[in-house]
Design a protein around this ligand. Structure first.
Ligand SMILES: [Ca+2]
Ligand SMILES: [Ca+2]
Length: 92
């Protein structure tokens, strides 16, 4: 199962055309992974995936937000993600 939690539209690669950046989490039946996918919007009926990054985050964590911005003013966009973790042992 793949869950989309957040998206942003911004020019990630500096070609003056916006990309769609999607983040969320997926579960393969055994493990939970966070992902960030960058795609273009040249097709109306489907998102053309240009890049995807995925990593193991454990069963109690979720990636819930993404934003694209040039945070260090070098002219290149950064992709910033955020999420949460629930500690079932300590209840927070
Ligand atoms: Ca672009
Ligand atoms: Ca930058």
């Amino acid at each position: 199962m793949i869950f989309v939690e957040s998206l942003d539209v911004a020019d990630v690669d500096g070609d003056n055309f916006p990309e769609i950046v999607v983040s969320g989490w997926l579960w393969d039946g055994f493990y939970t992974y966070a992902y960030v996918m960058v795609g273009n919007n040249s097709a109306i009926t489907q998102l053309q995936r240009e890049a995807i990054y995925q990593w193991y985050i454990g069963s109690d964590a979720r990636l819930t937000s993404v934003a694209v911005e040039d945070t260090d003013a070098d002219g290149l966009a950064e992709i910033v993600v955020g999420g949460g973790y629930y500690d079932y042992y300590n209840g927070m």
